[in-house]
Design a protein around this ligand. Sequence first.
Ligand code: SF4
Length: 461
Amino acid sequence: MMGQLAARGHELTPDPGEADVIVVNTCSFIDPAKQESVDTILEMAEYKKVGQAKKLIVAGCLVERYRGDIRKDLPEVDALIGTNEIERIGDICEGLETAESNAAEPYLYDDLTPRILATPRHFAYIKIAEGCDHPCTFCVIPQYRGKFRSRRFESVVSEATRLFSQGVREINLIGQDTTCYGEDLGIRDGLAELLGRLAAIETPWEKWVRFLYAYPNRVTQKLLDTIAAHAALVKYIDMPLQHASAPVLKRMKRGASGDIFLKLIERIRRTIPGVAIRTSFIVGFPGETDADFENLRQFVEAAQFDRLGVFTYSDEDTSASFALDGKVDGRTIQNRKRSLMALQRRISRAKNRTMRGSEFPVLVEGPSAETDLLWQARMATQAPEIDGVTLINDFEGGQPKPGQIRRIRITEAHDYDLIGTLLPEAEQDAVSAQGAPAPWQNPGAPRLIQIGPAPAQIPVR
Ligand code: SF4
């Protein structure tokens, strides 16, 4: 939406007080996301009274799920844009069209779609597929995002090539199920093929490529071998497992068991030395007994994940699990979440402590969001926005610059974050520090506009 508006000559601003049109992009996956979306709509509606906003547009999954309710209960909203109607954004902002388009084709952008990065300019997400064919009973995503469909292979490669040429150093591939990539195009082991091609894109600087959201039974040996074979593919597997107790996994319609997962984890670690494995679990799924939860705890203890997230079950009225009996009370759910996170905190702290004194490459991100005294960086095994970070409290050699990949010596370890001394830059970055343009400064590259953690005002063009 931002890319299309910019392409039509509109100026984008992160300050709602100075916007003529405010667009709220929403999520409706679980209750807290819905609440946050509604709160934001109400907050932004105030700017129609106190700012210069003349129009409030609500876009995204909340529209898909509650179009009628929004229209009835939120008269402040002037227009709605569902997930497949993104291309209406320009016309609606310009007052050219107000009628909703019927039966739009499922939307998936391509390499020619105008795009503005919503992330800092040194990393980017690329969506490689949309929709999902899995039947997970707790999940409402397939109802709103439709059947699984992949972007064309060359379209992804072309977008990645352009992003790297513009100075992006880390690309994160996303989709509801990245490991199914290419199945609908008749490509076998499509994700492995794609990763191999992306790793082969020539760049004068070190680059990182990562994918997120692997479905466990789609993690093939070819995929693991490909990750192991290419330096540019970060040694990181994000694989939401959701649970480890076989009866719970069966009611989730995901199948498998903790024992099957342990064998897979062992194979991943054997194939990719030094790999970091991230997973997430849902606690309090209907019918989860104390024994099921204990099974999950024992599994987490045995698996020793590097990163782990825990979600509390959200009883969504259109999900298949809504009809299941054995609902777990809220207090028990919260206690289980606390217990699992306490266990993981101990595991994470112990793992971090073993890293003291070691040296690793990090991607320098800029001043820490937490304190002015430190800078923030990430190791390849720390994904943006979800994992811990590596904080820089001292440096040797040239002044750090956002977007550099440099080595760091770890000096302190916390539960999730690490702290270290940045080491002198490699020759290529030293050259850019002396005046030659660094990749993120390349004057010949098409301009990237940062909307993410943003400066106060963003010039477009
Ligand atoms: S694989 Fe993910 S997106 Fe697909 S149904 Fe399951 S939880 Fe939802």
